[in-house]
Write a protein that binds this ligand. Structure first.
Ligand SMILES: Cc1ncc(COP(=O)(O)O)c(C=O)c1O
Length: 462
């Protein structure tokens, strides 16, 4: 795949990278003796590294992003055309792709009506937190300002988002955090007994824990709750039956805004446009990023109901009563231009249907692996968003040490298969393998993923 020119220059690239690039989530000591990995090219479900080695990407760019796959010329062309026409103007004005994409997006989100553009998932979540705080100041004398978040959820990398971060190991050493964020328990049924939960009606029990926190804090102090529809980096946690309807009920009962973080699930990952649509809930605010333009351009959106929007416009006599926020690169037109094409591809190629179909197939194949390998304690997922939790012993559910989990991902990588795993996130519980192939995945791709993981588990655990 690589052209000749790049071949000749590749060592210079590796040297420059090693000398100057600070990689994300990486300890760099090993790069003193081994080359950092450079991903050079991608097509469909596959990427090639600096050595020309081909990899099947089972995690859509490492972090569940490249939903429509690599090498989409029509997205590149649309972005190019838009950049030549107008690359940027600050978001206090509109743009043609911004307006057009907002309309297309809102068509997919009944009950919501306003799109606020920015450029990362963290940033979108920060915007939502700021809105909650501003609503509290305007309407509740500043009192109803607390934001609930859930154990094991992740909402981003900024200090504000880490304050709402349910992953203690990811947060470690970055405090002190912002005040006014309060944790509620997770809803992972597989680990319900660790929580002392009853076996019956676990979903309702887990949601009731949210109500208990609201009552303990005082309902007049709680402004919002921020939840992932399916927890991603915290272990691919699909919500138990009965959870979401009860969460919705509790939010309505205590006038708590429901903010759903769709940064991973948004735009097709679970087989519906949005993860929350799998569970019949109606959010007040939705944030999204990764899959919105499949990584062809940076774009994130915070989408709200008209009722939330109205609270920032209904008193024009108050000079502070509008959302006094800006994101410089939220005015880039490449994002919505790419997002329009990305959405059209999903529709024209029937990728939501494919995701549902292939998601079922992959979950079945993972269940077969579970039958074969005692180290798999649980498999779960929704659409092409799946996880396999590794345990030392199925009866105690003691987690496999993170080092061994990383041996599995490293074995896959050596085979030319890129899978993911929870890492340095949850103390003692970084034991879930993660899979999020592009929404274009075929049975053959999935079989290749399963075969690779099968081999890796056999080599690491016997
Ligand atoms: C659920 C969730 N929310 C928010 C974020 C943060 O997004 P970003 O890295 O674009 O800031 C992530 C990133 O992985 C995520 O998984």
């Amino acid at each position: 795949m690589m052209d000749g020119k790049f071949d000749n220059d590749i060592q210079a690239v590796v040297d420059a990278d090693r000398a100057h690039v600070w990689h994300h989530l990486s300890q760099h000591k090993p790069y003193e003796t081994t080359d950092p990995r450079i991903i050079v090219e991608g097509k469909g479900m596959r990427v090639w590294d600096q050595k020309g080695k081909e990899h099947l990407d089972a995690v859509s760019g490492g972090v569940w992003t490249v939903n429509v796959g690599y090498g989409r010329e029509r997205i590149a062309n649309a972005v190019r055309d838009q950049l030549i026409k107008l690359n940027y103007f600050a978001g206090s004005a509109g743009s043609i792709p911004g307006a057009m994409f907002s309309e297309r997006l809102i068509e997919k989100m009944p009950g919501l009506s306003r799109v606020y553009y920015c450029n990362s998932g963290s940033e979108a979540n920060e915007k939502a937190f700021k809105m909650v705080r501003q609503i509290a100041h305007k309407r509740y004398g500043g009192k109803k300002h607390k934001i609930l978040y859930r154990d094991r959820d992740y909402h981003g990398t900024t200090i504000g988002c880490l304050s709402a971060g349910g992953q203690d190991e990811r947060n470690a050493q970055y405090g002190p955090f912002a005040p006014g964020f309060v944790r509620v328990p997770h809803c992972l049924e597989y680990r319900a007994t660790d929580q002392g939960a009853p076996v019956e009606n676990y979903g309702e029990w887990a949601a009731d824990q949210i109500e208990a926190v609201i009552l303990a804090e005082g309902p007049d102090t709680v402004g919002a709750i921020c939840l992932e529809p399916v927890t991603a980096g915290g272990g691919v946690i699909t919500p138990p039956d009965g959870y979401w309807p009860r969460v919705q009920e509790i939010c309505r009962k205590y006038d708590v805004l429901l903010h759903i973080d769709e940064v991973v699930c948004g735009v097709g990952r679970t087989g519906t446009w949005f993860g929350y649509q799998q569970y019949g809930v109606q959010p007040d605010m939705v944030t999204m990023a990764k899959g919105v333009a499949s990584g062809y351009a940076a774009i994130a959106c915070l989408v709200t109901t008209e009722a939330v929007f109205d609270m920032f416009k209904d008193d024009a006599t108050d000079p502070l009563n509008y959302f006094r926020d800006i994101s410089t690169f939220g005015g880039c037109t490449a994002g919505p231009a790419a997002a329009l094409e990305n959405m059209a591809i999903i529709e024209e190629e029937g990728l939501l249907e494919n995701t549902t179909k292939m998601g079922h197939y992959m979950l079945d194949r993972l269940a077969e692996l579970k039958d074969k390998h005692a180290v798999i304690g649980d498999v779960r997922g929704k659409g092409l968003f799946l996880g396999a939790e590794l345990v030392v012993d199925r009866s105690t559910r003691a987690p496999v040490p993170e080092k061994q989990v990383q041996m599995v991902t490293a074995d896959c990588m050596a085979q030319g298969l890129i899978i993911g795993a929870t890492n340095r996130s949850l103390p003692g519980l970084n034991n879930t393998l993660c899979f999020s192939p592009a929404l274009i995945a075929t049975k053959d791709d999935i079989n290749e993923i399963i075969d690779g993981v099968d081999g890796a588990l056999t080599r690491v655990f016997g």
